[in-house]
Ligand binder design. Sequence first.
Ligand code: SAM
Ligand code: SF4
Length: 335
Amino acid sequence: MTPLPSPTALIDRFGRKVDYLRISITDRCDFRCVYCMAEDMTFLPRSQILTLEEIETLAEAFVELGVKKIRVTGGEPLVRKGALNLLTNIGRIEGLKELVITTNGSQLVNMASQLKDSGVKRINISLDTLDADKFKAITRTGDLHQVLSGIQAVKAAGFEHTKINAVILKDRNHLEVNDLVQYAVDNEIDISFIEEMPLGIVGQHDRSEAYYSSALIQADLSQKFSLVPSVEKTGGPSNYFKVSGTQTRVGFISPHSDNFCSTCNRVRLTVEGRLLLCLGNEHSVDLKEVLRAYPGDKDKLKQAIIDAMLIKPEKHEFNIHEQPVILRYMNMTGG
Ligand code: SAM
Ligand code: SF4
């Protein structure tokens, strides 16, 4: 007989409790950011991706197993047809404490108030520069003003603790870190700086040469701002500082310079239904196969999720100075 899954079952071999799931609901995107994708990406055919109903079933199973926070991401989550409905349904799952999303901001002018109604609690928006030409160069297809208007729409819709995510690359946008923090302060939002991770072959730049560490960013910021270390965590990998005299927090996500694996509480579900146990390793379990082989059998699904915890690796093995060993791109991974 299958053992009944217990609600506190998601604990890995290293004693880490997994209570945070990131779901990539599409690999597609209207941008082609240079650190995330190759210019000529091909996307998955529909038959290979989870249906919206399957995503919902999986989300329910995870929450029944103790997951408290779900981040919906992609690709660009808001370009998937039916995304709002899906978010509303996930937001209603009993036991889920926090539904949040990460978006490139391109759809927010039209969708911010509907997102508020759907039960999404917080929004992270990617913004690497305030210079329209550089924005175009980094995203290849994006329009800065659309995203800035999107951020205003999010404020107007009443969202709190909105956060900007900025990936900093040397000689592309590293001179803009002070302007980005000033923008966050002016708009009373938070900001996290992310060190680029070597996922997939992106082609346009050498990741080793473009590496700009969190320590360098912090040194740049200290010329203009006073950053006070904060013990606050949001359940993610950021280390936070408060900008003195303001409401703004500045976070650093530093996979290379400050390994955050010992407190890892997350797993990721790709749009193909692969449960990734670690961002920087290929250990995974095919949950779509379980879903489609045993339709309606939630216990089978939950047992597969519990068993997957046994292969969660201790830490990622990123090395920015070598060719990526992870050929999966970030849009497939669900950042
Ligand atoms: N499209 C949405 C967006 O851009 O916010 C959600 C998906 S995107 C993959 C999620 C986050 O991953 C973004 O903040 C993006 O900047 C970041 N990202 C993408 N590729 C990355 C890489 N190679 N290293 C570090 N962060 C990356
Ligand atoms: Fe699209 Fe986000 Fe990747 Fe940029 S980072 S290409 S917006 S998925």
